[in-house]
Write a protein that binds this ligand. Structure first.
Ligand code: PLP
Length: 385
């Protein structure tokens, strides 16, 4: 099996699996209980929080554990609307559905006004247009760190600077970026809130992280005493411990920048191989800097679903658009927002590497991609090559 699907490629690392197992076997007390079993679980959760904080370069108390990236984003955005008493959200059309759908829903229900910041041709937020949207009515600007479909990296430091100058808090969905690139948080500069999801950095699924810059408050969306009153609900101790272990390993991996560079070389090798053999295929990388792990290739006039199924039969797992919407026949809203024609978006596949992807896997996957799409193209149009 060759995992090049964004959700599966980052399978839980050994340390994460061991930590989760230990939590289930031994540390199964409720961290809120005062007795020894509860306090042992509490201690382990706080160690995991410190490990997560170390990966981000922030203080442990500024970390809130949630149930997912989606919940962290929801808490950041809805929690900011309530905490600031302001009613406007500024965001983009290339956000993950967890931001986009939430904003659309809030706008539809009249709960917020949403301003969609335009993009440059290379898929980056138009900074001057963004500036013009930031006024005292804005509760929060939410702009992703890196795109989940194209890997495009937004100019987060500059966005943060502009938001700060206008007195607007800035949340970044960093679900794709955490553990893949150094984020350099912790100083005075940078975003005010950041969302992450443990399974994207080799933790388990079902654990999210919200970082809040000290002094930035959100109104809880789930009431309760846990997480310093910022998120109610008994903690997912196995998942949180796994997230801590995964964060520790991710920090070690990131400490040597040659590793990310080497994986980026593999991604480029994959693209060279596929695009070099299929003159009619194109890359969906609008030109800006992108994450080393993401490759989005378009096979015009083909549909993504049969390609994915044929690849799956041959042991290569990839995805179309956002993985959570695979199975839908709609082309990716992200690709459409980047100005890619629907016909090309329909035949676009996302391949995601992880830090464990090998050269052998990449070469084999590239060979199979070429084989599958060549066959499908011949069967749909009678054309070969
Ligand atoms: N944001 C981005 C950029 C993502 O890629 C994802 C998941 O794929 C999410 C948010 C949602 O995270 P979760 O699946 O943990 O809810």
């Amino acid at each position: 099996m060759i995992h090049l699907d964004n959700n599966a490629t980052t399978r839980p690392c050994d340390a994460a699996r061991a930590a989760a197992g230990h939590a289930a076997d031994v540390l199964w007390g409720n961290p809120s209980s005062v007795h020894r079993a509860g306090q042992a679980a509490r201690h382990a959760v706080e160690l995991a929080r410190a490990e997560m904080a170390a990966l981000l370069g922030v203080t442990p108390r500024s970390i809130v554990f949630t149930s997912s990236g989606t919940e962290s984003i929801d808490l950041a955005i809805r929690g900011s609307l309530a905490a600031t008493g302001r009613g406007v959200i500024v965001t983009t059309r290339v956000e993950h559905a967890s931001v986009r759908d939430l904003c659309e829903d809030l706008a539809r229900r009249g709960a917020a006004e949403v301003r969609w910041a335009p993009l440059t041709p290379s898929g980056l937020v138009d900074l001057d247009a963004l500036d013009a949207m930031l006024d005292p009515g804005v509760a929060i600007a939410s702009i992703q760190w890196a795109n989940n479909e194209t890997g495009t990296i937004q100019p987060v430091a500059e966005i943060a600077r502009r938001c700060r100058a206008r007195g607007v808090r800035f949340h970044t969905d960093a679900v794709q970026a955490v553990g893949k690139i150094p984020l350099g948080l912790g100083g005075e500069e940078g975003p005010d809130l950041l969302s992450a999801s443990a399974h994207k950095f080799h933790g388990l699924k079902g654990v999210g992280v919200l970082w809040l810059r000290p002094g930035v408050a959100v109104a809880p969306t789930l009431l309760g005493t846990q997480e310093l009153g910022r998120r109610g609900g008994t903690e997912n101790v196995p998942g949180i411990l796994a997230a801590g272990a995964a964060a520790r390993e991710a920090a070690e991996w990131l400490a040597d920048p040659t590793r990310a560079a080497a994986q980026g070389t593999l991604r480029d090798r994959f693209e060279r191989h596929v695009l070099g053999r299929l003159s009619w295929a194109v890359g969906n990388a609008p030109g800006a800097a992108r994450l080393w792990n993401t490759s989005n290739l378009a096979f015009p006039r083909l549909e993504a679903e049969p390609i994915l199924m044929m690849l799956s039969e041959r042991g290569v797992f990839a995805s179309a658009g956002a993985a959570c919407s695979s199975g839908s026949l709609e082309p990716s809203p992200v690709l459409l927002a980047l100005g890619i024609e629907p016909e090309r978006a329909h035949g676009s596949i996302r391949f995601s590497l992880s830090r464990e992807t090998t050269e052998r896997e990449i070469d084999e996957a590239a060979r199979l991609v070429v084989e599958c799409v060549t066959r499908l193209r011949a069967s749909t149009s009678g054309v070969v090559g």
